[in-house]
Design a protein around this ligand. Structure first.
Ligand SMILES: [Zn+2]
Length: 325
């Protein structure tokens, strides 16, 4: 019997804030550059979850923005994403639908509904937004490029709603990654959406205790079921976010980063296949160089035989095999 192989996928949401606030150089370009440098130092590929709605918006208002801020948000993001790709990093899709109707008034970015969720939209609209996102990435990287993974929002930390799955298939996107790990369908670090070729690869997380409202596995399943079918459950929605503590490279110190890895190794030790462990991070939250470096050094030293650093693009090869079985 072969040993379980664990694949750490470091997925970084590349964006300013969902309400339109933030400074592109401070919250994206500079921290992303720092992350890129550290990754290069350890020869680790990162997966950039590129917020395309925001990028498209910056492109549309490029003249006004450049005049107002003294540099082009659009050009700097474009060049950075291209550079990351050239250097072997993975570029995947992240979309906040609220950018669709955003505008600039009196030199200010106005987001009409910062909490707009994909589960609020009609299938046609969803398809149009995702299709546009795919085209934007192809436009940057090349027509040959396939998007492998997507992180939709503003869903709570759940699977994608079922009516979105056929749309993802239509664009050959076979990975969605937003749910936390405690979904009971999660046996070996990912699961397949029913009657489809799409897989959920959750953000690796540990259920936390001492949370007032903690959902057990079956409760979480019912919750996900209702929520993804359009039922609004605001009080639950809030507590759900505290339920699973996500593996976050921006918010954890070295020992937590390591503890989450060890938990993943224990939890999936009976799996004989390849197990993905997705870490999340946000450019706007990244001030954690020291801990991250220490973590990379430790993993490369101690876990070199069982753990590799991977990307959604790389991992999609294993899923392709599984799809064709
Ligand atoms: Zn985001």
């Amino acid at each position: 019997m072969r040993n379980t192989q664990y694949h750490i996928i470091i997925s970084i949401d590349y964006e300013i804030f969902g309400n339109g606030r933030g400074n592109v150089r401070r919250h994206i370009i500079k921290p992303a550059e720092k992350l890129f440098e550290i990754a290069e130092e350890f020869d680790i590929p990162l997966t950039w979850m590129f917020e395309v709605g925001e990028y498209e918006f910056f492109k549309k208002y490029d003249e006004i923005i450049t005049r107002r801020y003294g540099y082009s948000f659009y050009e700097e993001i474009k060049n950075q994403i291209k550079k990351f790709y050239r250097d072997g990093h993975d570029i995947e899709l992240h979309i906040h639908p609220q950018w669709e109707t955003a505008e600039i008034r009196d030199n200010k970015i106005i987001i009409k509904n910062p909490y707009l969720s994909f589960s609020d939209l009609e299938a046609n609209k969803i398809s149009q937004i995702i299709g546009k996102g795919v085209d934007i990435i192809k436009g940057l990287i090349g027509k040959h490029y396939n998007v492998h993974a997507i992180r939709l929002t503003n869903l709570p930390w759940t699977e994608a709603p079922p009516h979105i799955i056929p749309i993802l298939e239509r664009y050959n996107i076979y990975i969605h990654s937003l749910s936390t790990s405690s979904n009971i369908k999660n046996k070996c670090g990912y699961w397949r959406y029913e009657n489809s070729n799409v897989f959920e690869i959750p953000i690796h997380s540990i259920p936390t205790r001492n949370i007032k409202f903690s959902l057990k596995g079956w409760q979480a399943l019912i919750y996900d079921y209702l929520y993804t079918r359009g039922h609004k459950m605001p009080s639950l929605r809030k507590s759900k976010e505290g339920y699973d503590k996500k593996w976050d490279l921006c918010k954890m110190n070295f020992s937590e980063l390591l503890k989450w890895l060890e938990y993943g190794i224990r939890r999936y030790s009976s799996c004989t296949n390849n197990v993905p462990l997705v870490m999340i991070g946000h450019t706007k939250d990244f001030f954690n160089e020291k801990n991250l470096r220490k973590f990379f050094r430790e993993v490369k030293k101690v876990y070199q035989n069982t753990v590799t650093f991977s990307t959604f693009k790389e991992f999609s090869k294993y899923l392709e095999v599984e799809r064709n079985e």
